[in-house]
Write a protein that binds this ligand. Structure first.
Ligand SMILES: C[S@@+](CC[C@H](N)C(=O)[O-])C[C@H]1O[C@@H](n2cnc3c(N)ncnc32)[C@H](O)[C@@H]1O
Length: 205
């Protein structure tokens, strides 16, 4: 049975996100991806980064099944671990000592606006607890820049998100900053990405 999911946005943004990863990821280690979705990013980035181990996760079982199918499709079973079912809001993340010891970065793409604000809080709090000094937390998605009005397209997108679920929505960068700084991160970079998205790089200090 075909379990692979196909997310159109994923194939559109993989190349630009790849450039960010190549620049900001440490040279090797385990990259923990939170909210991997279909798994298309996970296999793309694992192929791009042979010195890293890409650990995909998602709260959804359907997504975990899709990630597994993508790993199989590209015959990456030998180098890529099984996806982990992980809900960011879980108090104790189900990560082995091996993962925690080798953890070099946490990456989260397009989850923050499509989940309640509590998920962002949980993500940043947990990342602050498990990332070692100098390790990055890399976030990607649409965000509202401090003191700047939202672009017209992000404003419409924000409205459509909130219509689907009132607890979703495009977050303000200053709110994320406040959370991140309180968990021991500094902001290393904000990178403009295609289609009014940003990559935000926080580093544990
Ligand atoms: C828009 S999709 C993005 C998927 C993928 N990162 C991408 O860019 O294609 C949002 C993902 O967030 C996941 N998600 C939502 N709430 C979550 C939570 N509490 N913990 C972990 N993942 C969550 C969903 O299951 C979904 O796969």
């Amino acid at each position: 049975m075909e379990n692979r999911l196909f997310y159109p946005a994923t194939s559109r943004n993989s190349e630009s996100i790849s450039r960010v990863l190549l620049k900001y990821l440490p040279g090797n280690g385990t990259v923990l991806e939170v909210a991997s979705g279909s798994g298309e990013h996970a296999v793309t980035f694992q192929k791009l980064l042979p010195k890293h181990t890409w650990q995909a996760t998602d709260t959804s079982l359907v997504c975990c099944r899709s990630i597994r199918s993508w790993i199989k499709y590209y015959e990456l079973e030998e180098i890529m671990p099984e996806p982990i079912q992980l809900d960011v809001e879980t108090k104790s993340w189900p990560l082995t000592k091996e993962i925690l010891d080798s953890l070099c970065a946490i990456v989260c793409i397009n989850m923050i606006h499509i989940s309640p604000w509590e998920c962002s809080r949980a993500l940043i709090r947990q990342a602050g607890g498990i990332l070692k000094v100098n390790r990055p937390l890399i976030l990607y998605g649409p965000f509202q820049m401090n003191h700047e009005p939202m672009t017209q397209s992000n404003m419409l997108f924000d409205m459509s998100l909130r219509k689907q679920n009132p607890s979703w929505g495009i977050r303000k960068l200053e709110d994320l900053d406040e959370l991140a700084f309180s968990q021991g991160f500094k902001k290393e970079a904000i990178i403009q990405m295609p289609a009014n998205n940003l990559s935000i790089i926080y580093i544990k200090v």
